[in-house]
Write a protein that binds this ligand. Structure first.
Ligand code: ATP
Length: 516
């Protein structure tokens, strides 16, 4: 278990606002619950994360590594709409099943996801006439209820609320004083409703998509028919999804509007488990490569009884956010979905979605193949870009009182919104001119991946501190010696160390560090 102190979420949120990473949506109107905007630094950070996903999943999947079949992995993108035909959500099961049963507390007015509520009961399991103590993991109620339960029973264990027969007359709700205040679980549909057309009525209801994945299944046939993709291959889709979350919380972690990056990888059923393991492991490696290394990141394989009936495996990449510590929160789910989705869409649309695999199937006497027809199986790595950006920000936030800039952001150079800064030490003696030239050279080379800053005001210490908070990995300072020896000072954000480097080597140095 980690011994590092848990970072303060308040401090991270304050820095995010102060430096323009993340703002409350509609801030001047008091905000709107469950919605967040990105400022200048945050929007570039998120774009860099989205681009990294696109590059490593679509343009050069898995960094060029071979898949389990020994061949390079092939993927293509689509961009599908937020509003789909309402039947899409019937087929996908979202209309019927996309709701989390919730439990309300009559005393505190708190509302909890039914599957999240646990109860401390005596280790023997038999509480007799005594009340038992409900809580929600990773919430303050957990420690409070544990203390009370231990005082009442001594040794205790934790069980799911759903394992206790209703009505829960002896259950004390997470923040309640009296027993018996929890209601029976109720369903709430999480899809946002909208109406299509200017004079729309109840017959014109549509929904804002709760996930990007269904757009891929709906276009599967068009992609197969109009491009030269062959099984196995993936179709990626990124974009905004909406869920009317009952309790949005923990900064952007649970928002009502968020961005997803999902890949649906289609393969032959016989190869599906191998592809599932391949994607699960690559996705974990990918998050690590962006700086979420070490003990804050885990791959959690779901237990058999957690799996959907069609799934042969699901894993979550989970990150230890400050608000979940010592526990973890989901960043991405990698699911073996079998052929569930294509089966459903084939059934509801009436359109055949089978794939004709001409590399398999019966060999005819003339040497040709008849082709095997089947509904491919699908492996789905489904990542959240907002949760991803939040994990990057939480991991990056570093406090070190011994530095002149006690708070700094160790953002991975590939994702850093500002890639470098150029500082003339003083605004005279030809330094600004050399600085402007270097700034123009670096901007010309690196504008595709982020900003190059230029600043000649304030003390050099203050300028370094500003860049540290913005997560800028390198600063190049032009000083009195530059004109004489054609070298600059290169300051490293993480170590604070300063080294001399030749002026004409700066671009090559930076390119290597930020991977461009
Ligand atoms: P959770 O159990 O936390 O509600 P989920 O299992 O329903 O998440 P998926 O349907 O698997 O999530 O969605 C894939 C990814 O989309 C998640 O791993 C997460 O990164 C992101 N995501 C889902 N819901 C939200 C949300 N309300 N706010 C921000 N990101 C979200």
């Amino acid at each position: 278990m980690s011994t590092a102190p848990v970072k303060s979420m308040d401090a991270i949120m304050a820095l995010c606002k102060r430096r323009g990473f993340i703002y409350q949506a509609s801030d001047i109107y008091g905000g709107i619950n469950g919605f967040w905007d990105y400022g200048p630094l945050g929007s570039q950070l998120k774009k860099n994360l989205r681009d990294a996903w696109w590059q490593d999943m679509i343009l050069r999947p898995c960094w060029g590594k071979a898949g389990p079949n020994g061949n390079p992995v092939r993927c293509v993108p689509v961009e599908t709409r937020i509003v789909q035909h309402p039947k899409v959500w019937e087929a996908s099961g979202h209309v019927a099943g996309f709701n989390d049963p919730m439990v309300d507390c009559r005393e505190t007015k708190g509302r909890y996801r039914y599957d999240h509520v646990q109860v401390y009961v005596p280790a023997s399991g038999d509480a007799g006439d005594k009340p038992v103590f409900a809580y929600v993991g990773d919430q303050p109620s957990e420690a409070k209820q544990l203390k009370k339960a231990q005082k009442t029973f001594g040794e205790v264990k934790s069980v799911l609320l759903s394992s206790i027969p209703q009505p829960w007359a002896r259950v004390i709700g997470p923040d309640a004083e009296k027993p018996g205040t929890l209601t029976e679980p109720r369903q709430f549909n999480l899809m946002f409703k909208t109406y299509i057309g200017a004079t729309a009525g109840e017959n014109d209801v549509a929904f804002l998509r709760p996930e990007t994945a269904q757009g891929v299944f709906v276009q599967f046939k068009n992609v197969v028919d109009t491009t030269r993709v062959k099984i196995p291959f993936g179709i990626g889709n990124t974009g905004t999804s909406f869920r009317n979350e009952v309790t949005p919380r923990n900064f952007t972690f649970r928002s009502r509007e968020f961005e997803q990056a999902e890949l649906e990888f289609f393969c032959h059923p016989d190869e599906s488990v191998a592809w599932y393991k391949f994607w699960r492991d690559f996705r974990m490696e990918w998050w690590k490569s962006l700086g979420l290394a070490g003990e804050n990141l885990i791959l959690r394989e779901h237990e058999k009884d957690e799996l959907s009936h069609y799934s042969q495996g699901t894993s979550d990449v989970e990150y230890r956010f400050p608000f979940t510590a010592p526990g973890f929160g989901e960043l991405e789910g990698i699911a073996h979905r079998g052929n569930y989705d294509l089966t459903q869409h084939q059934k509801v649309s009436g359109v055949k979605l089978e794939y004709n695999d001409t590399e398999r199937g019966e060999l005819l006497p003339n040497g040709a193949r008849r082709g095997e027809r089947y509904l491919p199986h699908c492996i789905e790595p489904a990542a959240g870009l907002d949760r991803g950006a939040l994990a990057i920000l939480c991991e990056a936030y570093t406090k070190d009182e011994s530095r002149p800039s006690p708070e700094f952001m160790k953002i991975h150079p590939r994702l850093a919104p500002i890639k470098a800064a150029v500082f003339p030490l003083v605004a005279k003696d030809g330094m600004p001119e050399i600085g402007e030239k270097l700034h123009a050279e670096l901007t010309g080379k690196f504008w595709r991946s982020g900003q190059i800053d230029f600043d000649e005001k304030q003390s050099i210490g203050k300028r370094y501190a500003r860049m540290d908070e913005a997560g800028c990995p390198y600063c190049f300072t032009i000083d009195g010696d530059t004109a004489k020896d054609q070298s600059v000072t290169c300051r490293d954000r993480d170590s604070g160390q300063q080294t001399r480097i030749a002026l004409d080597k700066v671009a090559a140095f930076l390119g290597e560090k930020i991977g461009v």
